[in-house]
Design a protein around this ligand. Structure first.
Ligand SMILES: Nc1ncnc2c1ncn2[C@@H]1O[C@H](COP(=O)(O)OP(=O)(O)O)[C@@H](O)[C@H]1O
Ligand SMILES: [Mg+2]
Length: 281
């Protein structure tokens, strides 16, 4: 049986030798004009993990995500995804990489003029050569996979609740059966129950599909319950990455106030936190 996220935190995850690194970012620097957003940032994402990516608002979490996806220029450094440097890759290699990732962006999750079914078919039309009937069938499978009712297929985004929109956007991110999904603040704007349900769905998909998940979030519940490892962005780089126990033990003002703040303490009972901190030593 697969260990739960909290077990893995206690045991420091799987052994490093078993882990296949599917994203390897090294010394990445991104500037907009005079403003340096990321500087010499390095980060690994491992196959099959749910990586929670946190940091203060405006620190560059979305910028890094867009840089990994090749949507922002970087000034220096390298990013390999599935062993391929997207920036220097051939068109064929880029296409192959794009077919292996799915993205749920922070804003503008769905096309408002298309139904849910049509939204999910957008990446299929772009990357696959399938008959309309087969695309409809696949799109309906994705709708089922994310826990939406079959009748959601013909609804427009304006007819859906916030939680349903996130699920539909996730279904679209899964359209090409990706190896990794990038989720930018997927539970922001959802009520706590909706957010917890979404986290549960992500964990189930990871377990059943072997999906790797890169999740930008500021949701402490997600970090405590769903994430195998966490990376914290601060001072333009990844300050610390590792299991929750590592975050709890890390000496940095922002990391400290975030993971030991009042909100964090209401999620993790003090003795639970104490045992994690103990386990990290
Ligand atoms: N295309 C852009 N041009 C100029 N500045 C940008 C651009 N995209 C993001 N920024 C700036 O980069 C910083 C980090 O933004 P962002 O990655 O969106 O933060 P967050 O960590 O909240 O996701 C912000 O100051 C933002 O204004
Ligand atoms: Mg952002």
């Amino acid at each position: 049986m697969r260990p739960s996220a909290s077990d893995m935190s206690l045991t420091n995850g799987r052994g490093a030798a078993d882990d296949e690194i599917i994203i390897r970012a090294r010394d990445v620097t991104v500037r907009f004009g005079e403003k340096t957003i990321l500087e010499d940032l390095s980060l690994d994402v491992r196959r099959g993990e749910i990586l929670g990516f946190v940091g203060p608002s405006g620190s560059g979490k979305s910028v890094l995500l867009r840089t990994i996806l090749g949507l922002n220029q970087k000034q220096s450094g390298t990013i390999e995804i599935f062993g391929i440097d997207y920036e220097t890759a051939s068109d064929a290699e880029r296409l192959a990489v794009e077919r292996r990732w799915g993205v749920l962006f922070q804003h503008g999750a769905l096309f408002s003029s298309l139904t849910v079914l049509e939204n999910i078919e957008v990446p299929m039309r772009e990357y696959l050569d399938l008959s309309p009937a087969l695309m409809h069938e696949l799109a309906r499978l994705k709708i089922d996979l994310v826990g939406l009712a079959p009748d959601a297929a013909d609804k427009f985004p304006s007819e859906l609740s916030g939680g349903m929109i996130k699920r539909a956007a996730l279904a679209r991110a899964l359209a090409l059966d990706p190896d990794i999904v990038f989720l930018d603040e997927p539970t922001s704007g959802l009520d706590p129950i909706g957010a917890a349900d979404f986290d549960q769905l992500i964990m189930t998909l990871r377990d059943t599909l072997g999906l790797s998940v890169y999740m930008v979030t500021h949701d402490l519940d997600s970090l405590f319950q769903a994430c195998d490892r966490i990376a914290v962005l601060g001072d333009r780089k990844v300050l610390v990455e590792g299991p929750l126990s590592r975050m709890l033990d890390f000496d940095h003002p922002w990391v400290n106030s975030y993971f030991h703040g009042k909100r964090a303490r209401t999620i993790a009972a003090p003795d639970h936190v104490a045992s994690l901190v103990e386990g990290a030593r």
